[in-house]
Design a binder for this molecule. Structure first.
Ligand code: G6P
Length: 372
C-alpha cells in the first residue's frame, strides 16, 4: 500500500532513500569508549582470527559485488589474501579451503540456495564461516559459525539497494576488526576510516538531496533502447558492475560494467556515436588512478561516447570531458562506493519507472533465489 511505501511509488525508491539510516544503523554501537571496534556477535575467538591465512567471500548478485568492493579494503587493511567468488561457482571447482580459511558469505535474504550450499561445502572442509546477512534467523546465518547483521530493515524491492550498501559497511567493519585483532599498526589510517564511515550517512543524504538531475537524465534516456555502459576502476569497478546490474534487472536494458583499465582490450570497440557511458572517477590521490580514469573518459569521448561522469565535487579534470557530471561528496577511495552506487540505483529506478515497468517485481526475477 501507499502507506507502506511512505509516499514513494515503489519499495525500491523508498529503500534507496532509507540508505542514510540503514548505513547509520549498521554502524550503530560498534565502537567502545576506548575507540575500539566491537563485534561481539563474532563468536570466533581473537586467537582463531589471528590464525586465519585466507579469506574467501562467497555471494550472488549484488551481494557478490559488495564482496568485490570489500576485497580491496580487507586485503589493504589486514594483509590477508582475500578472494571473492560467485557462490554458484565455488563448490563445483574443488576450492582450496581448510581450517585456516575464513569464509565470509554475504546474503541479504540469508536464503539464497547457492550461497547456502557454498557454506555447507566450506564447513565440511572445516573452514570457519561468517555470514553477513540482513534477515534475522535466516538459514544462512543459522548454518554459519557467526553472523554480522546488516541493519537495513526489510528489503522488499527485488533489486537490492540498501542491502548492498549495508553489506559493504558490514564487510568493512569485519575488515577493520580483523586488522585490530591481528594487531595491525595503521593508527591514523584506521581511525580516519572509522571517522569517515560515521560521516557516510550525511554524505549519502547529500547525494539523495541532489538526485533530481539524475532523474531527469533517466527520463530522457527512457526513450532509447541503446545499451548503456559503466566504467570504473579499483572499488569503482564493482560499482560499475552493480550499476549495470540494476539497469538489467529493472529496466531490461542491455547494460555492461567494465574495468576502466580493460577499455583497450575490447570495450572501446563497442563505443559509437552517442553511446551512453557512465564513468566512476576515483578521488584524486597519490596513486594516479584518478588521472588514468580521466584519460579513459577523454578516449571514449573522442570516439563519440556520451559521458556521464560520477566524480568528486570540484573535480575540474573529470568535468572537462563530461557531457554530464554527477557530483559526489568528498571521501576516500575505499568509501566512495557508498556514495557512487546511489545515483546509479536512482537512475535505474527512474528509468524503469519511465518505461512503465514494475520496478519492485521485475519480470523473471525473484527476491531470493532458493533453488539452484
Ligand atoms: C537475487 C536478488 C538480488 C540479490 C541476489 C542475492 O538475484 O534479486 O537483488 O542481490 O538475489 O541475494 P541475497 O539475498 O543472497 O543477497
Amino acid at each position: 500500500s501507499a502507506a507502506e511505501k511512505q509516499g514513494h511509488d515503489w519499495f525500491m525508491r523508498k529503500e534507496i532513500f532509507e540508505q542514510p539510516k540503514a548505513v547509520a544503523d549498521t554502524l550503530l554501537g560498534r565502537w567502545s569508549d576506548r575507540g575500539e571496534l566491537v563485534l561481539d556477535e563474532l563468536r570466533i575467538s581473537p586467537e582463531e582470527l589471528r590464525r586465519i591465512n585466507k579469506i574467501v567471500i562467497v555471494a550472488c548478485g549484488s551481494s557478490f559485488y559488495a564482496g568485490m568492493v570489500a576485497k580491496y579494503a580487507i586485503e589493504h587493511w589486514t594483509r590477508v589474501a582475500c578472494e571473492v567468488e560467485l557462490a554458484s561457482e565455488f563448490r563445483y571447482r574443488d576450492p582450496i579451503i581448510d581450517p585456516m580459511t575464513l569464509v565470509v558469505t554475504i546474503s541479504q535474504s540469508g536464503e539464497t540456495a547457492d550461497t547456502l550450499m557454498a557454506i555447507r561445502h566450506a564447513r565440511e572442509q572445516q573452514a570457519r564461516v561468517i555470514a553477513i546477512c540482513n534477515t534475522n534467523g535466516a538459514t544462512i546465518p543459522r548454518e554459519s559459525d557467526a553472523v554480522i547483521y546488516t541493519h537495513a530493515g526489510p528489503e522488499i524491492g527485488v533489486a537490492s539497494t540498501k542491502g548492498f550498501l549495508t553489506q559493504v559497511v558490514a564487510c568493512y567493519l569485519l575488515g577493520l576488526y580483523l586488522a585490530q585483532v591481528r594487531g595491525m599498526k595503521y593508527g591514523d589510517e584506521v581511525h580516519a576510516i572509522v571517522d569517515e564511515l560515521n560521516s557516510m550517512p550525511d554524505k549519502i543524504q547529500a547525494v539523495l538531496d541532489g538526485i533530481e538531475p539524475v532523474y531527469k537524465l533517466a527520463r530522457k534516456m527512457a526513450m532509447s533502447e541503446d545499451a548503456v555502459f559503466f566504467l570504473g576502476r579499483h572499488v569503482g569497478y564493482p560499482v560499475a558492475l552493480e550499476g549495470a546490474l540494476k539497469l538489467k534487472e529493472i529496466a531490461y536494458l542491455h547494460a555492461e560494467g567494465f574495468a576502466a583499465g580493460e577499455l583497450k582490450h575490447g570495450p572501446i570497440a563497442v563505443i559509437e556515436q552517442d553511446t551512453p557511458v557512465f564513468v566512476v572517477v576515483p578521488p584524486e590521490g597519490r596513486d594516479q588512478l584518478h588521472d588514468k580514469v580521466v584519460s579513459n573518459i577523454e578516449e571514449i569521448r573522442a570516439r563519440g561516447a556520451r559521458t556521464i561522469v560520477l566524480a568528486e565535487e570540484g573535480d575540474a579534470a573529470a568535468e572537462s570531458f563530461a557531457d554530464m557530471v554527477i557530483p559526489l561528496p568528498k571521501c576516500s577511495t575505499l568509501l566512495q562506493p557508498l556514495v557512487a552506487a546511489v545515483p546509479l540505483q536512482a537512475f535505474a529506478c527512474e528509468l524503469a519507472t519511465a518505461k512503465g515497468h514494475d520496478v519492485d517485481q521485475p519480470r523473471n526475477l525473484a527476491k531470493s533465489v532458493t533453488v539452484e
